[in-house]
Write a protein that binds this ligand. Structure first.
Ligand SMILES: Cc1cc2nc3c(=O)[nH]c(=O)nc-3n(C[C@H](O)[C@H](O)[C@H](O)COP(=O)(O)OP(=O)(O)OC[C@H]3O[C@@H](n4cnc5c(N)ncnc54)[C@H](O)[C@@H]3O)c2cc1C
Length: 368
C-alpha cells in the first residue's frame, strides 16, 4: 500500500457550516496556516441551510448560560455585520402568544427571564387582534429586536472573509479518523473528489461538525462524556391569502420554541419547525406527522386548513442528551489543543459570530 501523504498545519477546522466558517474566519487572524475541511461538495448544506433564519433576541435562555451569552452578543454582532456588508435582513419583530392560562404563566416567565438576561425591549402587546384578526390567543408579548435575514449570503460572506485572510477550504473532504501524536492531532481525511486519503497533522483542532460533532469528539478524546440526540423539525409552506409583517410564535415546548409562523424576506409565510426525536439523519418529510402539525398551527391560527399547507423542508437539531445548553469543550492532548462545539442547535445562527470569539478566547487561554 502507498504511504499516505502528510501535511502539517497550525489549525484544522472540521465542518463547513456556519459555526466552522465563523470560527475559521476568527482564527485566521491568529494562525498563518489554517485549513477547513467539509465533507459535502458545498459549504452549509446541512443544519446551516435547514432552519428558520431568525435572528433571536435572547429571552428564552437561562441567565448565565452559554446560549444566553452568545445569543445576546451574537445578535448585536450579526446585525452590525449584515448592515456593514449590505446583506438583506428585516428587523420585523415577533409576537409570542399564549393559548391557555397555563401558557400565559409561561409567557410571563419568558418576559421576566428576558428582563433578567438584559432583553429589556419586550412589551405586553394585545393590539395583535386588530392587525391579524385571524389569530386567536389569550395574551401576547412583542420582541422588537427579533428579525430575519439572508443566512446564505451571510455564510458565504464569512467564507470569503476567511479565504481572503489566508484560510483554505477543502470541499468533499471527510474526516475519517483521528490519532494523537506528539507532533499534533493526526487527522485521516478522505478526499472524495479523487478517492484518495491523506493525513493532516494539526496543533490546534476545532470540531464544528454539527450532527457529527459527538462522533468526532469521541475520536479526539475517548473520555468525551456527551451523547447526541437528533430532534427533527419539519416546515410547511402557507398557500393561503393572509399576510404577516411579524413573526408569530406560540408558547415554547420542551424541545423547541414552538411551531411558529415565519415570514421570509420575500414575504412568503412558512410554518415550523415541529420537533420529534429521530435516530437517523433523513431530511424527507413524513406525511403521518402532518395532521399533528396542522393542529399545532390551528391552536393560534384556527382558520388554517390542511390544503393551505404544502410540504417545505426539514432540519435536524444537533442536541445533547440531558444538556440544554451549547457546550464548548476545550482541552489539550500531548500539548496539542482541541475545541469541540457540541449541542450547537438554535440559536446557533444568531450566535455564530460570538461563538467564534468564545472559541478563539479558549485557544488563547489554553495556550498561555
Ligand atoms: C429546524 C431548525 C431551525 C433552526 N432555526 C434557527 C433560527 O431561526 N435561528 C438561529 O439562530 N438558529 C437556528 N437553528 C440553529 C442553527 O441552524 C444551527 O445552530 C447551526 O446551523 C449549526 O451550524 P453548524 O455549523 O454547527 O452545523 P452544520 O451546519 O450542520 O455544519 C456542520 C458541517 O460539518 C460537516 N461535517 C460533518 N462531519 C464531517 C466530517 N467527518 N468531515 C468533514 N465535514 C464534516 C457537515 O457536512 C456540515 O456541513 C435552527 C436549527 C434547526 C435544526
Amino acid at each position: 500500500m502507498n504511504k499516505l501523504e502528510k501535511f502539517e498545519v497550525d489549525c484544522l477546522v472540521i465542518g463547513g457550516g456556519v459555526s466552522g466558517i465563523a470560527i475559521g474566519r476568527e482564527l485566521s487572524s491568529k494562525f498563518d496556516n489554517i485549513f477547513l475541511i467539509e465533507k459535502n461538495y458545498q459549504i452549509a448544506q446541512e443544519t446551516s441551510s435547514r432552519n428558520s433564519e431568525v435572528i433571536h433576541a435572547g429571552m428564552y435562555y437561562d441567565q448565565g448560560s452559554l446560549k444566553s451569552k452568545l445569543c445576546l452578543r451574537g445578535k448585536e454582532l450579526l446585525y452590525h455585520y449584515l448592515k456593514e456588508r449590505k446583506i438583506e435582513f428585516n428587523r420585523c419583530g415577533k409576537y409570542i402568544l399564549s393559548a391557555t392560562d397555563e401558557e400565559s404563566e409561561t409567557l410571563n416567565s419568558i418576559y421576566e427571564n428576558g428582563l433578567i438576561c438584559g432583553v429589556d425591549d419586550l412589551t405586553y402587546d394585545n393590539s395583535l387582534k386588530s392587525k391579524y384578526p385571524f389569530l386567536e390567543y389569550k395574551e401576547s408579548i412583542f420582541s422588537p429586536s427579533t428579525g430575519i435575514f439572508d443566512s446564505h449570503s451571510f455564510i458565504h460572506s464569512l467564507s470569503r472573509d476567511f479565504q481572503s485572510q489566508g484560510g483554505n477550504i477543502f470541499l468533499g473532504n471527510e474526516t475519517i479518523n483521528i490519532n494523537q501524536s506528539n507532533e499534533g492531532f493526526e487527522v485521516l481525511v478522505e478526499d472524495k473528489n479523487n478517492d484518495t486519503q491523506f493525513v493532516v497533522i494539526a496543533n490546534v483542532l476545532v470540531n464544528s461538525a454539527g450532527l457529527n460533532a459527538v462522533h468526532i469528539a469521541n475520536l479526539i478524546n475517548e473520555d468525551n462524556v456527551y451523547q447526541e440526540e437528533y430532534v427533527k423539525g419539519e416546515y410547511y409552506i402557507y398557500q393561503g391569502k393572509e399576510k404577516l409583517e411579524h413573526l408569530i410564535y406560540p408558547t415554547p415546548t420542551e424541545n423547541s420554541l414552538g411551531l411558529h409562523a415565519t415570514i421570509d424576506l420575500g414575504e412568503g409565510i412558512r410554518f415550523g419547525p415541529s420537533a420529534y426525536v429521530v435516530e437517523e439523519i433523513d431530511y424527507s418529510l413524513s406525511i403521518e406527522h402532518k395532521l399533528q402539525f396542522l393542529k399545532a398551527v390551528q391552536s393560534y391560527w384556527p382558520g388554517i386548513e390542511e390544503e393551505d399547507l404544502t410540504p417545505g423542508y426539514s432540519g435536524i437539531r444537533p442536541k445533547l442528551k440531558g444538556v440544554s445548553d451549547f457546550v464548548v469543550d476545550s482541552g489539550t492532548v500531548n500539548n496539542n489543543q482541541y475545541v469541540n462545539v457540541l449541542g450547537y442547535a438554535s440559536p446557533g445562527l444568531t450566535s455564530s459570530l460570538a461563538l467564534a470569539i468564545e472559541v478563539s478566547n479558549r485557544i488563547e487561554l489554553d495556550l498561555s
